[in-house]
Design a protein around this ligand. Structure first.
Ligand SMILES: Cc1ncc(COP(=O)(O)O)c(C=O)c1O
Length: 477
């Protein structure tokens, strides 16, 4: 019988080859982003039935190769579909070692090394934000971090709400920009406040919250007997990449006794850049910050940090001190399980720590500066071409635009063509990019954070978008 070590060696040798093949294919501009298959065809091709008896490793590896071959190459420079893209190879090692160690982050005794690593990361992220006496914890995503922040704000505003629920007659209000992420209203709904508790604050023409509108919304909520207890400013909105003016928002929150949360899930990494960190000016006055290293810091999903300005807020919100898990040991003060809503928690710290070792502050800064330079280059190209329309002046790392047909067409027809061209590009596998409706109109979005994307690539991308637009128009004629 093969030893465990030789079995693992054989498996990992194959796994390393698979990973190398996938990452190499992802880096190759001449390869498609995806070999697209419709669901029924893919289902037939993959034959996913589960076996009665275990199968030999070679067969399973062959399956894994087929799976990767049909998966989206999210590290491809022309993958613009989501806010994440190329990951750092060292981070893959962190992900894999976390699985090998197979432990949970709730107690120091179960995860001594990873506990210390997460403490170090939290300290460093807090320092970047400007939280001198802060604390942080990693979790599965910005949505969870936003939910946890709202729960912390509820606990701070109504301390007995943890025990007795919200006092009768309270009418809590949550304020976020009209372009904030959907996890904010969803958090209000999960917390039992209801979607109607959320007041959308209008944005300016770049997609940033208007502070004077926030002031008005806070005052009218208070006048109507509501309690505005949570304001979410977004640093890097999902579509436009816009930055809400935190420095102008913070004093309004203080005036109304509202908790200020900054959702920097996407845009937090601008803090590495002396040139661009002004976009987050005032973030040190926030009560909490969500920041997703899995978006623009080259680590694989999931990895999201929730950072708090005051040490102790997390335990105040979440601690239940289950005595079968947390014991009165000498090191108990280092346990992190009562700082979160999870019990078992993955080791997300290691991949971030390893990626940071490989990239360094300088590397993160260079990535941020590169992304902003790309946005400027893309903006210039889109504005110069008669077949494109800039939808928003960019503030962050996304560009919103739409393709225009040569002949005048009503807005609905232009919108339909943009949706159709995007679908064509996806199915051809050449480019994946996303869209949504803003102010009632379709806008295509380029996410320009890929460290290997070059200005010259932008011409190829825009040409491909225009070509797909013309093909969509012909198909409709
Ligand atoms: C601004 C913003 N906040 C929060 C989230 C949610 O993050 P996650 O997907 O990690 O839950 C996103 C996701 O795109 C986002 O863009």
């Amino acid at each position: 019988m093969a030893s465990v070590a030789s079995e693992i060696d054989a498996l990992l040798e194959q796994a390393a080859r698979l990973a190398a093949e996938h990452l190499e294919a992802s880096a190759d501009r001449s390869r498609p982003v995806v070999d697209w298959r419709d669901p029924a065809d893919l289902e037939r091709e993959l034959a996913l039935e589960l076996p009665d008896r275990g199968r030999p490793l070679e067969e399973v590896i062959a399956d894994a190769r087929r799976f990767l071959a049909r998966s989206v190459r999210t590290g491809h420079p022309f993958f613009f579909n989501q806010l994440f893209n190329r990951i750092e190879p060292a981070a893959i090692l962190g992900e894999w070692l976390a699985a090998v160690a197979n432990t949970s982050m709730y107690t120091y005794e179960a995860a001594p090394v990873f506990t210390l690593i997460e403490e170090k990361l939290s300290e460093r992220l807090c320092a970047l934000v400007g939280f001198e006496h802060g604390e942080g914890v990693l979790g599965p995503g910005g949505s969870t971090s936003n939910l946890m922040a709202m729960l912390a704000a509820r606990t701070r505003t109504w301390p007995r709400s943890r025990i007795a629920g919200l006092p009768a007659g309270e009418r809590p209000a949550v304020l976020a920009s009209a372009e904030a992420h959907y996890s904010i209203p969803r958090a209000a709904s999960i917390l039992g406040l209801g979607l109607e508790a959320v007041i959308p604050v209008p944005c300016d023409d770049r997609g940033a919250m208007r502070p004077e509108e926030l002031a008005r919304a806070l005052a009218s909520a208070a006048a109507a007997g509501r309690k505005p207890f949570f304001v979410c400013a977004t640093a890097g909105t999902t579509m436009a990449g816009a930055y809400d003016p935190v420095a102008a928002i913070a004093p309004l929150c203080r005036e109304h006794g509202a908790w200020l949360h900054v959702d920097a899930a996407y845009g937090g990494s601008a803090l590495f850049s002396p040139r661009h960190r002004h976009l987050l000016a005032g973030i040190d006055q926030a009560d909490s910050v969500a920041w997703n290293p899995h978006k623009a810091m080259a680590v694989p999903l999931h990895c999201s940090a929730l950072l708090m300005r005051r040490r102790g807020d997390l335990e105040e919100t979440f601690a239940t001190s289950a005595d079968y898990l947390f014991h009165d040991t000498e090191e108990a003060g280092r346990d992190r399980g009562d700082m979160t809503l999870q019990c078992g928690r993955r080791v997300d710290a290691l991949k971030l720590w390893l990626a940071w070792q490989a990239i360094g502050d300088d590397g993160f800064r260079a990535r941020v500066d590169h992304a902003f330079a790309l946005v400027a280059a893309a903006r210039e190209r889109v504005s110069a071409r008669p077949d494109f329309e800039l939808v928003r002046e960019p503030m962050g790392c996304n560009l919103l635009f739409r393709w225009l047909p040569a002949a005048d067409a009503p807005p609905e027809a232009v919108d339909a063509l943009n949706v159709a061209l995007r679908e064509r590009l996806k199915r051809s596998g050449r480019i994946m990019l996303n869209y949504s409706r803003l102010d009632g109109r379709v806008a295509l979005r380029l996410v320009l954070t890929h460290p290997e994307l070059r200005p010259a690539d932008l011409d190829e991308v825009l040409d491909a978008v225009a070509e797909a637009g013309r093909a969509a128009e012909l198909a409709q004629a």
